[in-house]
Design a binder for this molecule. Structure first.
Ligand code: ADP
Ligand code: MG
Length: 349
């Protein structure tokens, strides 16, 4: 087990940057999600960690071992990194039984028959596959196949497990139960897991920390709660959770409090900035209270039932789209007033 360190890692494909200047640490034993839109560089980052790609700049260290260094050209081959990889496509060997799919990495390493049997049994048990050992991959459901892929990756006792959208091919109900398979496994083994997804609910449900990526960069790397409550920029504010980013017209410090003028009204805001002026606030449903005489006059544009409450998409008189939550029913077209309560304010970089 080991920490994973990246120092100024960049990757360029034929002149186009896929990753830019990534410096970060994934802690030993942590469950990290890499979250971002398609094309932001998630898979490339994972492939560089696994050793399938070499970085164009920077270096990577796992524990005390330097795995890749663009300057010196050092590069440890994937099979010598002791890292497990689980793909969206399962990549099982179709002509081998479940047991053989799982034991094969050990056979290649020429372990003794009894060691292979013991470790294979343990990997099958930890993924709930004991009863499927003699089946062929073609006889299994998508969820079961993904368990086999996970078992095969675990059998070698890797120092880290990299997972590239492993549930993207499964239906919604199965995804939820498979999330439990991965998180239970993580709890039991304490393995470092780096889990790529473009699904923020999945990242929120599973990860200790989420690295939100866009355009080849990590925009923010924090716990789900901090990402939601204290986004660093517009991209994170709008990508994680529901929120509307609006410009601040004027910003003042008043003792420990911060005041911002938004839509012509002064409201208290929370901010990490002590000296500098913030430029924007993120208005989440929690920051908006519906009241008869709220200052911000709005009209309901859309109502979505969320189970026990409604999500209202409203349009203010000045044209901003804001999301509010309520237990009471409103109809589309209804007029209401909104009051803003202590939203998070940040400096757009
Ligand atoms: P994600 O997994 O977040 O969807 P990728 O890491 O696959 O993103 O891709 C990041 C960018 O790098 C994309 O613009 C993609 O087209 C490009 N890219 C990825 N792999 C290659 C490759 N082998 N050759 C050329 N371009 C690539
Ligand atoms: Mg990808």
């Amino acid at each position: 087990m080991a920490d994973i360190d990246l120092f100024s890692v960049g990757k360029t494909f034929t002149g186009t940057p896929a990753l830019q200047d990534i410096t970060t640490r994934f802690d030993d034993g942590e469950f990290v999600a890499l979250l971002g839109p398609s094309g932001c560089g998630k898979t490339t980052l994972l492939r560089i960690l696994a050793g399938f790609e070499e970085p164009s700049s920077g270096r990577i260290r796992i524990g005390t071992r330097e795995m890749a260094n663009a300057e010196t050209g050092a590069h440890i081959a994937p099979e010598n990194r002791n890292i497990g990889f689980v793909f969206q496509s399962y990549a099982l060997w179709p002509h081998m039984s479940v047991r053989r799919n799982v034991s094969y990495p050990l056979e290649i390493r020429r372990l003794s028959k009894s060691a292979i049997a013991t470790q294979t049994d343990a990997a099958l048990a930890s993924t709930g596959l004991e009863d499927y050992a003699d089946r062929m991959p073609s006889d299994l459901s998508g969820g079961q196949r993904q368990r086999v892929a996970l078992a095969r990756c675990l059998v070698s006792d890797p120092c880290a497990v990299l997972l590239d959208e492993p549930l993207a091919n499964l239906d919604v109900a199965l995804r939820a139960s498979m999330q439990g398979v991965f998180t239970d496994f993580h709890k039991r083994t304490g393995a470092t897991m780096i889990y790529v997804t473009h699904d923020q609910a999945e990242a929120m449900a599973m990860a200790d920390r989420i690295a939100v990526m866009d355009q080849g960069r990590i925009q923010q790397f924090d716990t789900p709660q901090i990402l939601y409550e204290r986004p660093k920029n517009r991209f994170v504010a709008e990508f994680v959770g529901r929120g509307t980013v609006v410009p601040v017209q004027e910003f003042k410090h008043a003792g420990d409090a911060h005041l911002a003028r938004i839509f012509g009204t002064e409201v208290a805001v929370q901010s990490a900035q002590q000296e500098v002026q913030v430029s924007h606030v993120c208005l989440r449903p929690e920051n908006l209270t519906i009241s008869e005489n709220g200052d911000l006059r709005s009209k309901v544009a859309r109502v979505t039932y969320m189970g026990g409450k409604y999500l209202l998409e409203t349009v203010t008189d000045c044209g901003a789209r804001l999301f509010a939550e309520t237990r009471a029913r409103f109809d589309v077209g209804a007029q209401l007033g909104l009051t803003i309560t202590t939203p998070w304010a940040f400096l757009e970089d």
